[in-house]
Write a protein that binds this ligand. Sequence first.
Ligand SMILES: Cc1cc2nc3c(=O)[nH]c(=O)nc-3n(C[C@H](O)[C@H](O)[C@H](O)COP(=O)(O)OP(=O)(O)OC[C@H]3O[C@@H](n4cnc5c(N)ncnc54)[C@H](O)[C@@H]3O)c2cc1C
Length: 391
Amino acid sequence: MLKKDTAIYDVAVVGAGPAGASAARECAKAGLRTLLIDESVFPRYKLCGGGLTEAARKALGFKLDPDVIEQEVSRFRFCYMGKEFEVDGKKYAVTTVLRDKFDKFLVEKAVEEGTEFVDGVRISNVNNSGGIFTLIGGARRFFARTVIGADGVNSVISKLVRQPFKKDELALCVGVEVHKNGGGMMEPDLIEVEIGVNKFSYGWVFPKQRFFSVGYGAYLGYSDGLRNTLLDYLKRKGAKGEFNIRGHLLPIGGLARKTYSNNVILVGDAAGYVDPFQGEGMRYAITSGRIAGKVLADAFSNNDITTNGLSAYEIECYNEFGRDLKWARRLAYLTYNLFKVVYPVVESNNEIFEGYLQVLSGVKSYKEFFINTALRAPFFLMKTTLKRSNK
Ligand SMILES: Cc1cc2nc3c(=O)[nH]c(=O)nc-3n(C[C@H](O)[C@H](O)[C@H](O)COP(=O)(O)OP(=O)(O)OC[C@H]3O[C@@H](n4cnc5c(N)ncnc54)[C@H](O)[C@@H]3O)c2cc1C
């Protein structure tokens, strides 16, 4: 027999990752009757490096519970074709988190504000009749005036707004948690990045308390054999153990996409808001989720939840980070195509990496970083040449 949840919510948020939890929290805080639904039972595993930048932490708008923090890492190593160098990021640390704990913590924050949370229910379809959405999840039905699609890269809700992502709008990531005992040469206080093995791809190691999250990502068109690339990376690191390798798609950000329609907003991965240079997604999931919640609350108070009333969402996202993701995309093309040239220049000029860390901290934008670096390129090249000739 069908179980009917007869309440009509102001908003149903589908997906309780960082985007959905952040959106739900804002909606509930603004007094909207808010439902948050996830297909998984929380806490749930989510494949992720778990690298939370300072900018992402700031975007949250509240302090992280110390229990959620795995490590704060400020040592970074870059590897390229057998060469490597290290940078001490000092005050620009990256926090590592385990997504099961982190995402549960964000959901609790949303619930504290009055969100009703239902987990273990997959929404398979949504239809609208007379201005009320019916969300179908197994034997259950939920009713809401508006929907926020926070259901990730394979979003079901997105069909109310846009076409599915095309192949050239996606990256593939493969990853594994390696127990610290089997970590080989991986170091507990160091984030490592490897570039240059395949085009438009990079590998990473993020240390956690008991694990290393190790992975490789590549733009989908360049992702053939990515699992083997990861296995080879693990072998070179001397990692030991059973490797339960999983894969996940990631949208490439910095592209113009439709992110809202009548009574519907897409946030986070569902909206395609991911940094195309380094795959950071949590910062933009949190930020877009919060913007969506605020815009929706305003739209309700202005009695206009149509496309017109929600149009501020796309504009605010563009101003807050969308324009900058376009610069990140330019940087990605330049770096991944010219890494042979870029690597020695970055190795010889610590201030380039320091500038990049300022981007991760939210102190600088990609645009500022890109332009500052380009303007000083002759100086950086000269320093590189001098350093190399002194070797
Ligand atoms: C291998 C890998 C490594 C990454 N590393 C990093 C990193 O180090 N730092 C970083 O910032 N970003 C990283 N990212 C990106 C980051 O994981 C995402 O950008 C981020 O999780 C997006 O958050 P979200 O809330 O939009 O979506 P998600 O976190 O994907 O959450 C979507 C939620 O929706 C639920 N859901 C999906 N479909 C339905 C449905 N039909 N009904 C109900 N619920 C549904 C899912 O269960 C899930 O809980 C990585 C991604 C990958 C794949």
